[in-house]
Design a protein around this ligand. Structure first.
Ligand code: ADP
Ligand code: MG
Length: 264
């Protein structure tokens, strides 16, 4: 295996970091990025990682485990002021723990009206405080978010130190990033997370010879949108490995970059 680019800092409780994977579009690689980043961090860098899934679809959860035990701390519980004392993250491996998706996640969306910004802010800070309490046990928390549930993905961004936005270089993917700047601004100003770091747009499923992909990549540059220095190419190995629950070497460069940015 190639030498890792990123060298983990000494394990220190205060160095724990929270990363949100965010894009207002499905099928563009959020879960792929969340899982591969988790695997590179835990298995290559020996970091202690807590994977958190806020997408009720449960793709991250189902990839990591076939069973959610009764005593599992699950996603919707993060939205309650007090974390239940008798529940804990699922231990997938010594270095990977999981807060699994659950059915109640969808109910969270009706807790407050997103237009009621004061109430939403309060809810976001409950999630932030809960995750920050959990963070003392981990080097890194990776949050996989849903593409549409505004309350849940904004909660992830308010809790996070950094976020990355995978997307595809086509018209649908570009729709998913149209409002990133606006959401980032609201999270920083209205919702009280001014230090949130934008790692950038991460172009995914790129085909070198696709005129459309290249055209969209040019448009990103011209629009001065922050993008990662690398893209992820369309590779069946990424999909196959994900299905087997393994990281793909084709995700390495992007995941190492994300980890280096998060831990900076
Ligand atoms: N670079 C890639 N090459 C090939 N397949 C990919 C790539 N990125 C993602 N996929 C596949 O595309 C599908 C959607 O990706 P996923 O990460 O689940 O998206 P999201 O979480 O944004 O809905 C999955 O089947 C995944 O394996
Ligand atoms: Mg997903």
């Amino acid at each position: 295996m190639a030498t890792p680019i990123f060298v983990k800092p000494l394990s220190d409780k205060f160095l724990s970091r929270i990363l949100a994977i965010f894009c207002e579009k499905g099928g563009i690689g959020k879960t792929t990025t969340a899982l591969n980043t988790t695997w590179f961090a835990a298995d290559v860098h020996k970091m202690k990682v807590l994977a958190v899934e806020l997408d009720a679809q449960g793709n991250t959860t189902n990839t990591l485990t076939s069973e959610v035990p009764r005593n599992a701390l699950t996603g919707s519980m993060l939205f309650k002021e007090e974390l239940p004392a008798n529940k804990k993250p699922i231990e997938i491996s010594p270095n990977i723990h999981l807060i699994a998706a659950d059915k109640q996640l969808k109910k969270v969306d009706s807790y407050v009206q997103a237009e009621d910004k004061a109430a939403a802010r309060e809810l976001y800070h409950i999630v932030r405080n809960n995750l920050r309490k959990l963070a003392v046990n981990y080097d890194l928390i990776v949050i996989d978010t849903p593409p549409t549930a505004e309350l849940r993905y904004t909660a992830a961004l308010v809790a996070a130190d950094s976020f990355v936005t995978p997307t595809t270089m086509d018209a649908f993917g570009m729709d998913g990033i149209a409002s990133v700047a606006e959401i980032e601004r609201d999270v920083k100003s209205i919702y009280g997370n001014p230090r949130l770091k934008n790692i950038g747009i991460l172009p995914n499923k790129v085909q070198k010879r696709s005129a459309l992909n290249n055209n969209m990549l040019d448009q990103l540059k011209q629009a001065n949108m922050k993008t990662t220095p690398m893209v992820i190419y369309l590779r069946s190995d990424i999909e196959n490995k994900l299905y087997e629950g393994k990281r793909s070497p084709h995700m390495r460069e992007a995941c190492e970059h994300i980890l280096a940015e998060v831990m900076k």
